[in-house]
Design a protein around this ligand. Structure first.
Ligand code: KG4
Ligand code: ZN
Length: 353
């Protein structure tokens, strides 16, 4: 089974072809990602109108490359998948409409994929992982702990009350006048800093529900920065290190709580999987590795290029759905909001954006 996947939810224009064999093993045949970082950098964040325009300009070419690399024509495909949400509505319209046009023209089924579902299923493409597993999804827009029980069956057991972790990294970087995007900058400054210099809060630590809250931590960083201003390079490094150490403590505690909840419900997961842009962070990966050894659960880390937004994960989620006969009508509409718990319910025209 060959599926083309299109990803345009945020600031990456991406397309990929993935195959899935009868045993459910996946293979990436092509995976083309064009980042719009340079276009958004001057504004210090993603500008929705610029993103939508860039998707319109680049998507055809990206799809052409994704098809040309494995030497395929649309008639060779078994399905066309596109991320239909959640995300920025302009980009979603571009990606989903393009997928519909290709599917209609080539007479192939359409699969409208939930972007979060695609992150959730990536570990099955890379590691052939069996259900159930626990997913820690940490990106600029999302921070969730998800019990992944089957294709289309996801239980969000923890989420954030305010900022996403990636957003907290980005806002911290902005406060400390580090370049955009902030995550990688904070990580590299943290390496040079003292994580114990500032006693920052660990919000939600020890709470029985595995939820997150990051805004208090972000405010604490701002107050410390204001208190000791003007900031030297060393101050910035120490603030970054202290911030990242607080994030790691919170992540470990919340993951432990989620694991206990799954075990108590007799749904012990086969593995802990991490996805999303923040999953690239080496300090967080390392800390989770230690936790996995300590509590005896395998940690599955997809390669960084499959943790951040990409077309292969959309194509794979499309293939997993297609293999179960789950396709979508041509009136499927893009959804700016589409909670993962509702991934089994499909987007309808009446549901609106
Ligand atoms: O998944 P992603 O590429 O896009 C979405 O948000 O959907 O994630 C981007 C986020 C940004 O907030 C970025 O700052 C963060 O991931 N990020 C990192 C690192 N690399 C990227 N956060 C912490 N450490 C990193 N090394
Ligand atoms: Zn994403």
């Amino acid at each position: 089974m060959l599926v083309l996947g299109i990803e345009t939810t945020c600031d990456e224009t991406a397309a990929a072809v993935v195959s899935r064999d009868a045993e459910g093993r996946g293979e990436i045949r092509s995976n083309i990602v064009l980042s719009q970082l340079d276009e958004h950098r001057p504004f210090g964040g993603v500008v929705p109108e610029i993103a939508a325009r860039a998707h319109v300009e680049q998507l055809d070419l990206i799809i052409k490359k994704a098809m040309a690399e494995p030497g395929l024509m649309f008639s060779d495909l078994d399905g066309i998948a596109a991320a239909a949400g959640p995300g920025l509505i302009g980009g979603l319209i571009v990606g989903l409409t393009t997928a519909k046009a290709i599917a209609l023209g080539a007479g192939k089924p359409l699969i409208a994929v939930n972007h979060l579902e695609a992150h959730a299923l990536t570990a099955r493409l890379t590691h052939g992982l069996a259900f159930p597993f626990l997913l820690l999804l940490v990106s600029g827009g999302h921070t969730q702990l998800v019990a992944v029980e089957d294709v289309g069956s996801y239980r969000v057991i923890g989420s954030t009350a305010d900022d996403a972790i990636g957003e907290a990294f980005d806002k911290t970087a902005k406060m400390l006048r580090l370049p955009y995007p902030g995550g990688p900058e904070v990580e590299s400054m943290a390496k040079k800093g003292n994580p114990k210099r500032f006693a920052l809060p660990r919000p939600m630590l020890g709470r029985p529900e595995p939820d997150f809250s990051l805004s208090g931590l972000k405010t604490a960083v701002r107050l410390e920065a204001e208190r000791i201003a003007p900031l030297s390079n060393e101050d910035v490094a120490d603030l970054c290190a202290s911030f990242q150490a607080a994030i790691i403590d919170v992540v470990l505690d919340r993951v432990r709580t989620a694991l206990s909840a799954m075990r108590a419900a007799k749904r012990a997961p086969n593995a802990l999987v991490i996805a999303g842009g923040v999953a690239v962070n080496r300090a967080i990966r390392g800390a989770l590795q230690l936790l996995s050894t300590e509590i005896g659960i395998p940690l599955v880390l997809p390669p960084p290029e499959l943790c951040t937004d990409n077309g292969a994960m959309i194509a794979w989620a499309g293939a997993e759905r297609l293999a179960r006969g789950l396709t979508d009508a041509f009136d499927a509409s893009p959804r700016a909001r589409w909670p993962l718990d509702g991934a089994g319910t499909r987007p309808k025209e009446s549901a609106g954006g």
